[in-house]
Design a protein around this ligand. Structure first.
Ligand code: PLP
Length: 395
C-alpha cells in the first residue's frame, strides 16, 4: 500500500525532471494582443482569440451598451440555472442555432457548452460496438476522449496520410455498420491543414460519416469566416462539422452542424449536452451579437493571413524550422527542456510564448507554439525571428 500524497509527489518529481511540469498562472488580457502577467506586460503569442474580438474595447462597449437593467436577469444573466433539457434552454439558444444553420446553409446547428463537451458527446452517442472510427493520429485530446468513451473500435491513421486511410477503409469498411472519419481541419499543434476534399471523396466512395473539427479555422478562414470547409467548398458535404466559440469567436461554447435527425438523436442521447448546466444567457447574447458581425471581418482575416506568411518567411530566413500554413506557427525545437528555456528567455524580452511538450505533442518534437491574432501588427512581431535564433545559438 502507498500513501496517495507520497505517490503523487513522486510522480510530480518525475514530471519536473522531464521538464514537463505545468501550472496555472493568473493573467489579465489588455487588448491589442497584449497580456499582463505577474505585473509585467507581454505580447500574447499564446492566445486563441484569433480575430482579437474577446478584447476589442469598441466591440465590448457596443455589446455592453445594450444591457438594459430590465433585461438583466432574463437576457444577460450569469447563470442559466439548469441543463438545456430542464429549464436552462434560454430562447437565445434558438436564435443562435437558427443563425448558425442559416449562416452555413445547413439543416441544423446544435450548441454545446464547449468544444470539449461537443467532442466527448458526439461519438459516444452515435458510434456503437458494430462501428469503426478512423481518426487522424494528431486529433485533439477532446476528440481522443470522445473515442475513448465510445464503444466503437478505433484506429488512428498516420497524420494526413490519406493513402493509409483508404487502405484501412478497403480492409475494414465491409465488416462495420458505420465508419466515422474523424479529423481536425487546422491541426492545433502543427497549424497544418487537412485535405477536406479528399476526405469527402473517401467518405462518399465508402459510405462513411465525415466528422470535422474546425476549432482553429472558424472565423479565420474562408469567406464570411466559414472555416477551411468554406475555403475548400465542402461545407454541405461534411456530416458532422464542429466549431468552437472559444477561439476566433471570443466567447464560450461550441456548435455542431448536422442533419435534423442527428440533432434530434443527440438531444436525446449526448450525455455532455444533457447532464450539464446550459450556457449563461450573457454568453449566448454575446454570440448572437457576434453572429452577423464576424461574417463581415474580411480585413481582419486577410491581415492575419499576411502576418502569418511574413512571420514564417522571416523565421525561415533565420534558419528556423516551422510547420503548417495557418496563423498557428510552431517553431520546432525538439528537446522539451530546451523549448521551455527558450520560451522563458522570450518572456524576458516581452513575448508570451508557450513551449508545447509531450504528452501534448510526440516525444522529441517539443516546440514553441506561436499563435497570431488580428489584433497584432508586424512591428510588434518583427524582432521575434532574430531573437529566437539568437537564444537558440546561446546568445
Ligand atoms: C481541435 C480542438 N477541438 C476542440 C477544442 C476544445 O474547444 P473548447 O476550448 O471550446 O473546449 C480545442 C481547444 O483547444 C481544439 O484545439
Amino acid at each position: 500500500m502507498v500513501n496517495l500524497e507520497e505517490q503523487l509527489r513522486a510522480e510530480l518529481d518525475r514530471i519536473r525532471e522531464q521538464g514537463l511540469y505545468r501550472q496555472t498562472i493568473p493573467a489579465r488580457h489588455e487588448g491589442g494582443g497584449r497580456i499582463r502577467v505577474g505585473g509585467a506586460d507581454f505580447l500574447n503569442l499564446a492566445s486563441n482569440d484569433y480575430l482579437g474580438l474577446a478584447c476589442d474595447p469598441d466591440l465590448l462597449a457596443e455589446f455592453y451598451a445594450r444591457l438594459d437593467p430590465a433585461a438583466l436577469p432574463g437576457d444577460f444573466g450569469p447563470g442559466s440555472t439548469a441543463s438545456r433539457l430542464m429549464t436552462g434552454n434560454h430562447g437565445l439558444y434558438q436564435r443562435l442555432e437558427e443563425g448558425l444553420a442559416g449562416m452555413y446553409s445547413r439543416p441544423r446547428a446544435l450548441v454545446f457548452n464547449s468544444g470539449y463537451h461537443c467532442n466527448i458527446g458526439i461519438l459516444p452517442a452515435l458510434a456503437g460496438r458494430q462501428d469503426l472510427v478512423l481518426a487522424d493520429k494528431l486529433c485533439h485530446a477532446s476528440l481522443i476522449d470522445g473515442m475513448r468513451l465510445c464503444r466503437a473500435r478505433v484506429i488512428r491513421y498516420p497524420h494526413l496520410d490519406y493513402d493509409r486511410l483508404q487502405a484501412l477503409l478497403e480492409e475494414h469498411r465491409p465488416r462495420h455498420r458505420q465508419v466515422f472519419l474523424v479529423t481536425e481541419s487546422i491541426f492545433s499543434m502543427d497549424g497544418d491543414l487537412a485535405d477536406l476534399r479528399r476526405l469527402v471523396r473517401l467518405k462518399e466512395a465508402w459510405q462513411a460519416v465525415l466528422y470535422v473539427d474546425e476549432a482553429h479555422a472558424v472565423g479565420t478562414r474562408g469567406s464570411r469566416g466559414l472555416g477551411l470547409a468554406g475555403e475548400q467548398g465542402v461545407v454541405a458535404d461534411i456530416d458532422l462539422l464542429v466549431g468552437t466559440f472559444g477561439k476566433a469567436w471570443g466567447g464560450q461554447g461550441a456548435w455542431l452542424l448536422c442533419r435534423q435527425t442527428v440533432a434530434d438523436y443527440l438531444v436525446n442521447t449526448a450525455r455532455s449536452l444533457i447532464f450539464t448546466t446550459a450556457l449563461p444567457p450573457v454568453s449566448l447574447a454575446w454570440l448572437c451579437f457576434l453572429l452577423p458581425r464576424i461574417q463581415r471581418l474580411e480585413r481582419q482575416r486577410r491581415h492575419l493571413r499576411d502576418l502569418a506568411a511574413r512571420l514564417r518567411r522571416e523565421l525561415g530566413r533565420q534558419g528556423l524550422a516551422t510547420r503548417g500554413e495557418s496563423n498557428i506557427v510552431p517553431v520546432m525545437i525538439g528537446d522539451a527542456a530546451r523549448a521551455v528555456a527558450t520560451a522563458e528567455a522570450l518572456r524576458r524580452h516581452g513575448f508570451w510564448v508557450n513551449a508545447v511538450r509531450p504528452p501534448t505533442v510526440p516525444a522529441g518534437t517539443a516546440r514553441l507554439r506561436i499563435s497570431l491574432t488580428a489584433a497584432m501588427d508586424w512591428q510588434q512581431l518583427a524582432p521575434l525571428p532574430g531573437l529566437i535564433a539568437s537564444i537558440l545559438r546561446g546568445g
